[in-house]
Design a binder for this molecule. Sequence first.
Ligand code: AKG
Ligand code: FE2
Length: 296
Amino acid sequence: MTITEIAPSQVNVGFDLRRLSPNLGAEVTGVDLCAPMGDSEVDLIRDALLRHKVLFFRGQALDPDSQRAFAERFGVLTEAHPIMEAYAEDHPEIWQIDSSTFKGRNDIWHTDVTFVERPPLGSILRAVRVPQFGGDTNWADLEAAYRTLSPGLQKLADSLTALHDGEAEFNEILREKGGESRWEGKLFAGFEPVEHPVVRIHPETGRKSLFVNRGFTTKIVGVSEAESRHLLDIFFAAIEKPENTVRHSWQAGDVVFWDNRSTAHYANNDYGNFRRIMHRVTIRGDKPRGVTGSLV
Ligand SMILES: O=C(O)CCC(=O)C(=O)O
Ligand SMILES: [Fe+2]
């Protein structure tokens, strides 16, 4: 379909941004994510994502096909998840996070899939069914977290690398699947930790972020267990400071797009037996680069 065949009201022609906190998060209004989007709109959204790190689009009417189509404007989609099954055979890129079947409720601060060599660039999450109350999600700004550290500690962090491991969160599920899983052409037969720089240079903005998270970062490399524990405690506390976070109360249809290179998130597990269903897709990312410029 060419652009002239589309009625003007169905074409996105621009949108407004409202910042939600001093550090991160902006609500985008005046955009229909189901409607075709020109390259200039895609560029505006990409710029807004780099600037605000988490974008909130309320009241959208996406379905699995249009969620995929929207996400594909920003890069190549990965398979749904290294360990978790995809939503459907014809939607291998969608992870359906259904509270009635998935025991882990993502109620731990994490950045998505940092236990692989190339964690996703970003994630796009859509609320399909929400509980009567509860189930909010929080995002933290890893660049603000880095800035929270004193200069001496920043310098130390710049020089460190850390191990990331999916075992604690996903080992049980991998075992239930028979011990093997494939993702992005890689075989997971058990978990092997991967090493990432503690301070990541954003590949597009060049800004520094504190790229560790409670969900997957297990150890600072080259220091003792006790030193690692203490350092991670300091880093996690900086990330999780409420001033460095933004929170979203979901309604069905809401879509949130986050930069997975500069944020972490936490889903509140406070909705008991109410059912909550989310659909997530992730965009392929690159290998995190540290301050020295060298890859680990
Ligand atoms: O369910 C949520 O709000 C967040 C789940 C999550 O961690 C994710 O989609 O990556
Ligand atoms: Fe997540």
